[in-house]
Design a protein around this ligand. Structure first.
Ligand SMILES: [Zn+2]
Length: 312
């Protein structure tokens, strides 16, 4: 049985009393009851139970270590729960269940994506010359002949995928073509129709594949380290560069932190010079965005012009 908001509020009010009365075993017992609470951002905001545990229980002068630790563990668990994508709160636009079912049904397309190992003898159509490196390479300019799905939009998307993966590389055109065909096919499968969601997904794939600041993604897809099938359902945030992924993770972590224990206390200071307006009117807070043994990240906001930055 999970707890309703009312249950939580009742426990909180009992806990206030038991702490005052130094009834440690009752306090512990009440905290253990809170383990059944299923946190969501809304519920935490409504009940303020995370804020209560952080600001009152953990700092209570009459609470013993056990009680404080229980409160701390709860808060940490809730932060994790909130960050973890659960089926009830999907983070991405895709519908993984649907894709899964689809790929279970359509075994036919599944079986053959041949291993993408560079075949030593790939006869017939000549590989694209290396001189084409920093050029735009297209299906036409490379003279490859895709197996077009036969739908105008899908055919065009295949061309775009090819161009995104081949341009500015010396990759073998046949290999690029094979991967592009597979990516298109798997992407189509997860929508099963040529609508806006399919097109939007292809656009995202193309954009990330041709991102010059992050060529690793394309390399991994072309080498088969990321299979076409996985790439076709890869969450957008995982396509991003390592740096961007770290940023996204930090933002998520901060949001979870805020949700559980409330916004961090903003401190005003003249320590920082705003790079944009050159004023020294800033607020800042610090938090651990990475592993515990790394330095805290400081988030600064200029109260004068609104400029935000952060540093470690
Ligand atoms: Zn400023």
């Amino acid at each position: 049985m999970s707890l309703s908001d009312e249950d939580v509020l009742k426990i909180v009010s009992k806990l206030k009393k038991s702490l005052e009365q130094e009834n440690h075993s009752l306090s512990e017992d009440l905290l253990k009851q809170l383990e059944k609470f299923t946190p969501t951002t809304e519920r935490l905001k409504k009940t303020k139970v995370g804020v209560f545990l952080t600001n009152e229980v953990r700092k209570h002068e009459k609470a013993n270590e056990n009680v404080k630790n229980l409160a701390k563990d709860l808060v940490n668990q809730w932060k994790k729960d909130i960050q973890a994508p659960s089926p009830a709160h999907p983070v991405k636009a895709e519908k993984p269940e649907k894709i899964e079912k689809k790929s279970l049904l359509k075994v036919d397309v599944e079986k053959k994506p041949a291993p993408l190992k560079r075949a030593p003898t790939e006869p017939s159509i000549p590989a694209t010359p290396a001189s084409a490196t920093d050029d735009t390479r297209t299906v036409k300019s490379d003279g490859v002949r895709p197996k077009y799905p036969g739908d105008g939009v899908r055919d065009k998307c295949l061309d775009l995928l090819y161009k995104a993966m081949a341009s500015n590389t010396t990759e073998d055109s046949q290999r690029v073509l094979k991967v592009a065909e597979q990516v298109e096919q798997y992407t189509y499968q997860s929508f099963d129709q040529v609508g806006e969601p399919y097109k939007a997904r292809i656009r995202t794939e193309v954009m990330n594949l041709q991102n010059k600041t992050h060529p690793e993604l394309r390399m991994k897809v072309l080498s088969g380290e990321i299979t076409a099938k996985d790439f076709a359902v890869m969450p957008v945030e995982e396509m991003a560069s390592k740096e961007r992924q770290d940023e996204i993770a930090a933002e998520k972590k901060k949001a979870a932190h805020d949700a559980v224990v409330g916004k961090p206390v903003q401190q005003t200071t003249d320590m920082f010079l705003c790079g944009r307006c050159k004023q020294r009117k800033c607020t800042y807070f610090q938090m651990q965005t990475r592993s515990a043994d790394e330095p805290m990240t400081t988030f600064v906001t200029c109260t004068y012009c609104g400029h935000k930055w952060k540093f470690c």
